[in-house]
Each structure stands twice: as C-alpha cells, then as structure tokens.
Design a protein around this ligand. Structure first.
Ligand code: DX5
Ligand code: ZN
Length: 224
C-alpha cells in the first residue's frame, strides 16, 4: 500500500509571498507541494512556468508534484525537469500532439517520477496503454483550470478500474478535496490528495493537514 500523501496546491497560496507559503505548508506537514501549470490553451487559465517552479524549488524541502495542464508537454517537459520537478504529470487528453509513452520514458530516464492525468469526462481506460510506464495517475475530481470547485464523486470508480487494468502505482485525486471528501477518495483507493483551498484557506494549516491525513487513514482502514 502506498503512503498517504497530502499535496497542498500552491494555486491557492498568496503569490506575493510564495516562499513564506511554501514554508508554512511544509511546517504544517505537507508531504508534497502541488504546482498547477496552466497555459491558457489546454485550460482557459494561466498560472506560471519553469522560472517560478525553479524559484519554489530553491526554498522547498518537499518533493515538487508538478501538474502540467498544457497542450504541448513535449515542448516544455525538460524546462520543468531542469527547474526541479520531482514528479511530472501531464494530461492524456493531449495524446494526439505527441508520443505519450516516449515522454513518460524520458521523464523516468531523467530520474524523476512520471504521471498522467485524466479529466472527469475521460475514462480510465484511456490510460491502459501507458500503465506500465507510469508512477502515478492523477484523477481530476473537478475540470482542470480553477481552484475552489466542487468535488465530483462520479470519478471515484476510476481508481478501481485502474486496479482492474493492473495498475499498481500511486493514485492521486485533485479537485475539491477537503475534510468532507477526502474519506471518499481514500476509500475508493487513492493514496495521494491534492488540496488547495482546504489547506491554504484553513485558519490553522497544521491541524487541517492532520485532519485530512487522519480522515484518509481512517477511511482506508475501514475499507480494509
Ligand atoms: C485545478 C487544479 C487543482 C486545484 C485544486 O485545475 O489542478 O490542483 O488547484 O484546488 P482545490 O483544492 O481548491 O479544488
Ligand atoms: Zn492540480
């Protein structure tokens, strides 16, 4: 069983004080730091690129979990690996733009973890050809593009489907994760949890991360 990983999404951080925000969630118990990269094309929003990722890397002590919501990850993957991404995830929905397997092998060849993500309306079966080359699947539980959206429970069966297909790697869930939803995500079999609003918006981030972890562990224990 993979360890529980709480990955606060910096999308919900105060960008004028990023170093303080990174330190704050690391001290509060974050396992990974989730970086949402948006290109204004794959999703209708823009965030940041490799320069900001490299700046975060300088002050981070936890692994960078970089989520590329971009149309052309082939063009930019090396820039994010150079910037210090420890886990690099892109979307299977861009597969018509390049060789997905080749990019996954490239990421692993550079000694990092490789991930693929699926939007809520993309079936888990789209990942079937790539499962052996993947360290992590990131299941979107909202449509990519914005923080603060409502969790979509209809994506939960995708975890079981991935296991049926023989996937043994880590499964992360991203979007609308908080104290009220993390239990369902954990019971469904996810071990990693991205939480933006729920962590950065909490009055006490350490107690929020502790609550999230305990709820995930309890749900997993109950699921046997
Ligand atoms: C959405 C991003 C998520 C988002 C999660 O496109 O991939 O990582 O920041 O934010 P919350 O936890 O607020 O739903
Ligand atoms: Zn994300």
């Amino acid at each position: 069983m993979h360890p529980i990983r709480i990955s606060p999404s910096l999308l919900a951080a105060d960008f004028a004080h990023l170093a303080d925000e990174v330190r704050s969630v690391e001290q509060a118990g974050a396992d990974w730091l989730h970086l949402d990269v948006m290109d204004g094309h794959f999703v209708p929003n823009l965030t940041f690129g490799p320069f900001v990722t490299a700046a975060i890397k300088k002050c981070a002590t936890r692994p960078l979990d970089v989520h590329l919501m971009i149309t052309d990850p082939w063009r930019y993957a090396d820039a994010f690996l150079d910037a210090g991404a420890d886990l690099l995830t892109f979307h299977v929905e861009v597969e018509q733009n390049g060789d997905v397997g080749a990019l996954l092998r490239h990421i692993r060849g550079r000694g990092r973890l490789a991930g693929l993500s699926v939007q809520p309306d993309t079936p888990a079966d789209r990942l079937a050809p790539f499962l052996r080359e993947l360290d992590l699947v990131l299941i979107m539980s909202v449509f990519a593009g914005f923080g603060g959206q409502k969790f979509m429970p209809e994506v939960l069966p995708k975890v079981a489907r991935l296991r049926e297909l023989g996937f043994t790697g880590e499964v992360s869930m991203d979007g609308g994760i908080g104290p009220a939803t993390i239990g369902d995500a954990a019971r469904a079999g996810s071990n990693a949890f991205v939480a933006g609003t729920a962590v950065f918006g909490a009055p006490d981030r350490a107690s929020r991360i502790r609550d999230l972890r305990e709820a995930a562990l309890a749900a997993r224990g109950a699921a046997g």
